[in-house]
Design a protein around this ligand. Sequence first.
Ligand code: ADP
Ligand code: TYD
Length: 208
Amino acid sequence: MSGQGLFISFEGIDGSGKSTQARLLAGVLRETGREVVLTREPGGSTGAEEIRKLVLEGAGDRWSPETEVLLFTAARRDHLERVIAPALGRGAVVISDRFADSTRVYQGVGRADLRPLVDDLHRLVIGQEPDLTLLIDIDPATGLARAGARGGGEARFESFGLALQERLRAGFLALAGEVPERVVVIDGAREAQAVASEVARVVAARLA
Ligand code: ADP
Ligand code: TYD
């Protein structure tokens, strides 16, 4: 475990239901009396939320994939220093809606073939993995339809379309195969409460 706390991340393509599941899990764990820090990436700290605006808003070609890797990693470093590491040190459960696997997949195999750069930077300035990652797996058409219905101005990545989401889904499943002891694949194509029950079972088994 990280420090005395527990670090859990949710991963998956856009619209897979990560935010919904992260919120539901936070509620379940708070009922057990544990301190829970629910956070997200890109963002989660004041500085990282400012970087979030830079990367998620504006035209698709605003940043190259290489620049994106630097921006997402800078945001993660700030988030880790100021929010995640202190919370784990206090013994809290940290639930992050996305973490480093998103960079491995979105910039590493989705947007571009940059996995070596992503891995080098991670080793140099992050060096932290979650104790447990819940990969919410969903068919990309369903994910995009859900994300589109949500609206808002943060659609830069969704604007890259269905083919990218297909590559991302395959990338996440391949990553789960690389580190099966950390990444648990959850079928997201069910009613939210059914997904939440499975998530709660997996987390309870880890906490035991
Ligand atoms: P993500 O964080 O992965 O993008 P969200 O949790 O924000 O996904 O969900 C995207 C949209 O889909 C939201 O409008 C949400 O209410 C809805 N949604 C989430 N989970 C489900 C589910 N299991 N079935 C149907 N709709 C869902
Ligand atoms: P998020 O708000 O979680 O989007 P969604 O709710 O649609 O899943 O994340 C914003 C976008 O940023 C999402 O399209 C994935 C992308 N992203 C990366 O490309 N690399 C990263 O390292 C992170 C954390 C996110």
